[in-house]
Each structure stands twice: as C-alpha cells, then as structure tokens.
Write a protein that binds this ligand. Structure first.
Ligand SMILES: Nc1ncnc2c1ncn2[C@@H]1O[C@H](COP(=O)(O)OP(=O)(O)O)[C@@H](O)[C@H]1O
Ligand SMILES: [Mg+2]
Length: 286
C-alpha cells in the first residue's frame, strides 16, 4: 500500500479485498461512473471471498455500504471521495469533497459482530436508547447515529468538535479538520507542544462544558482523539460518549481525566489535583 505523509500509519484494516477501498488507498479518484462499473467486480470478488474467507463480509465496504456511498454521490451530498485518512478497527475515515468543492470527512463504520458487542456497554443505560436492537447491522447504524447526535450536542454548546453534516446507516459526514489535503495531526503526534498549559486548560474546559452543558461524558478522551488545528484542540471520536445518567458515566469521566492529566504530566506540566477537578466538573463541593 502506497502511503504518503498525510496518511496515518495506523493499524492496517484486517480486510482489504474490497475494490473501492483499495482504489481509494491507491489514490484513484473514483467518480460515480467508476463506482457503478466496479460494483460488478465487487460482486465477483465477494463471491470468491464468501467461499474462501468470510472476512470480506465484515469489511467496511460491504455491498450495502458500497451502494449507500454510491447513492450519497448520486444525490450530490458528496461530489468525490479523495482518499483514506485513517483505517481503524471500527471505522475508516476518508477525505471527500462536497458539491461546492469543500473538504469533508466521511467516517464509515464497519459492520462487525465483535465491535457491536462492546458497543452495547455504551448504549445500554443511556436514556436516549430505550430499545437496543439485537441485529449487528442495526447496532452499528445506531452507533453512527449516536456519534452524530453527540457531535450535535457538543457543537450546539459551542465546543470545538467537527460540525456534523449528515448521517445515514453506517456513514457519517462531518466537517473536515485540516488544511487542504493534509488532515490535522493528533495531539499525540505533536512533538513540541508550544503552550502545554494553554492546551491543557482548553481540554479541561472542554470536558467541563461537555458535562455541564451538553450532558455528556466523552468516555474515550485521550491524545489519540484530539486533533490539533490552528493551535487549538479539536475533540473527535465521540460515538461512545454517554449521558450523565449512564450508570458508568462517572467511571468513564474519571478515566478521561486520568488520560488527559497523565499525558500533560508526561510533558512536564504541573497539573492540578485530578480529584478536585472531578468534583469541579460534577459540581459538588467536596
Ligand atoms: N473530522 C475529521 N477531520 C480530519 N481528520 C479526521 C476527522 N475525524 C477523524 N479524523 C482522522 O481519522 C482518525 C480516526 O478517526 P476516529 O474518529 O478517532 O476513529 P477511530 O479511532 O474509531 O478509528 C483520527 O485520528 C483522525 O486522524
Ligand atoms: Mg479514535
């Protein structure tokens, strides 16, 4: 796989047979015609894979997703998918262009049985979800919808998260954080953070406002899920965020605090007492 500097050297996706994913990774700009032509090939490849390796069925561009992306292009919600930014275990993120030529980020969740199992921990107990589907595909769809809703909540109260644009099934479109075709680096990738104290304060403020105004706990907050753009942190990957009422909300909040405090302590910053900060967030005087 050809990689350039813009593409993160993350874990490789387990399955790569899917034609479109492959083409994107090789930098071919697919247009609608290509997609339609290639759907025939995808079917053929799938057939082979069904007999050889079950794995392809779980790949991100399963047939259903492939047609959904095709539909999204047809409806001109997207104009073109440019390339892959990140290939993760649960989802791939692509750089795409909308119909007025602006960059957008497209996150496509993989329909995966194992993933859907742990996802339930972050769904059951969240009062927004009374009925939990049994079907793997439906859980993943709910998950993408949950990320969209969480982004909306955070965005509405003025927090720095990508603006949510569109969601359907397992495809989520959001504001792209980056300059031109270079996506913003993760906080983890920043070598010499200019003003750690300032960034620390911005992130802890984020946590506080997310809890107090958006009623949410991120639940996977770390230097891996924070992009650094225009010298400011932008928080991403918010699908697992739960509302305050979730039975494990406090456990997740403590974990988020630990991650952030540890990271900044390693940079040599003198951080406040994490316990005090916890009580400050949940607004209880110790
Ligand atoms: N809106 C965005 N703009 C630019 N890059 C993004 C955006 N969302 C995600 N990314 C990139 O994709 C990577 C994976 O996204 P993330 O939401 O953290 O998914 P996961 O960790 O579940 O694979 C991020 O580390 C980031 O580099
Ligand atoms: Mg992530």
């Amino acid at each position: 796989m050809k990689k350039n500097d813009n593409i993160q050297e993350e874990k490789e996706p387990e399955i790569e047979e899917d034609l479109m994913v492959d083409d994107i990774e090789h930098g071919n700009n697919l247009n609608l015609d290509d997609l339609e032509k290639k759907s025939i090939d995808v079917k053929r490849i799938k057939k082979v894979d069904y007999t050889k390796r079950r794995a392809t069925v779980d790949s991100v561009f399963d047939e259903r997703t492939f047609f959904l992306v095709n539909q999204i292009l047809k409806n001109q919600i997207l104009h073109r998918i440019e390339g892959i930014i990140s290939a993760g275990k649960e989802a791939n993120v692509y750089l795409a262009y909308n119909n007025i030529g602006e960059e957008v980020a497209v996150k496509i969740y993989k329909i995966d049985n194992n993933t859907s199992k742990w996802m339930k921990n972050y769904i059951i107990g969240d009062p927004r979800y009374k009925k939990i589907p049994h079907n793997v595909t439906k859980i993943i769809f709910l998950w993408a919808g949950k990320e969209f809703k969480n982004l909306k909540r955070a965005y509405k109260v003025g927090l720095k998260v990508p603006k949510p644009i569109y969601v359907k099934d397992n495809v989520l479109i959001m504001e792209y954080i980056g300059f031109k075709s270079t996506p913003a680096p993760r906080l983890k990738d920043i070598k010499d953070l200019e003003d750690p104290k300032k960034t620390f304060n911005e992130i802890t403020d984020f946590m506080k406002i997310l809890y107090q105004k958006a009623n949410l706990v991120h639940a996977d907050l770390s230097e891996f899920n924070i992009l650094f753009h225009n010298k400011k942190p932008v928080i991403i990957d918010i699908s697992q965020a739960v509302t305050k009422e979730h039975p494990k909300a406090e456990v997740y909040l403590v974990r988020d605090i630990k991650n952030i405090f540890n990271y900044f302590e390693k940079l040599g910053l003198k951080t406040p007492d994490p316990e005090d900060f916890y009580y400050e967030i949940i607004n209880i005087n110790k």
